[in-house]
Design a binder for this molecule. Sequence first.
Ligand code: R5P
Length: 264
Amino acid sequence: MDWGIQNRLNRLIQKDGKALFLPIDHGYFQGPTSKLEKPGETIKPLVPYADAIMMTRGVLRNCIDPAIEKPIILRVSGGNSVVGDDLSNEEQLTSITEILRLNASAVSMSIYVGGKYEHQTLKSFSRLVDQCEDYGIPTMAVTAVGRELEKRTARYLGLCSRIAAELGARVVKTYYCEDFAKVVDGCPVPVVIAGGPKVDTALEVFEFVYDGMQCGAIGVNLGRNIWQHQYPVAMIRAIRGVIHENLTPKEAQGLFDQVKAGKA
Ligand code: R5P
């Protein structure tokens, strides 16, 4: 691997081989998502505990201090919206010049395998890989399901993740599901887990992150289950514990309770 791309990957994936990415890119198709109305404010207390932050160029330019030391994963696709016809109608919208200008450490883009615009998103992702590889920038493919959350099975996500890797993704972001090991085993590049909509309890999050890590994921790209929680700092610190300190879900819950109570 060339020095540049290896160096950028090393900034994202820590020395222990694991990573906690914090995405705040949801507005690119959802608008001012709950708790993300002012993304710069939302993430201020969370940044110290994240290994990288993922966002669009608009939020980066307008809401994030350029003195930030954490690496940026730039969301470079879009063109769809929650009120539009089909969420899978997405493609690369941010140029390679802009990616370089913004000093992105990596880029991310959704692919919609099996969707109406499958071919468009796969082709667009492959072109992005070509452009980014020229400059040593890693690409993270997002295996998107749009509104069809029931698609999140090991068979489907395994298919999407493998296709993403075959097209040149350096990292794949996919949803956690039952039999998650099957997804990771069939994917020759590192896999991070996306959270999806907020679940009922903090413990559920610790459990799926823990199981995902046991199954071979290198970490998470987790948004709503952190910053939509009533205690976002306690959440991110406990999840960080699962990822980087091998905490069990029970131990993570203990850390969460302590942080929440102001005792840690
Ligand atoms: C979709 O909105 C983005 O790709 C998010 O970055 C991704 O879904 C992860 O965020 P969450 O954990 O909120 O699903």
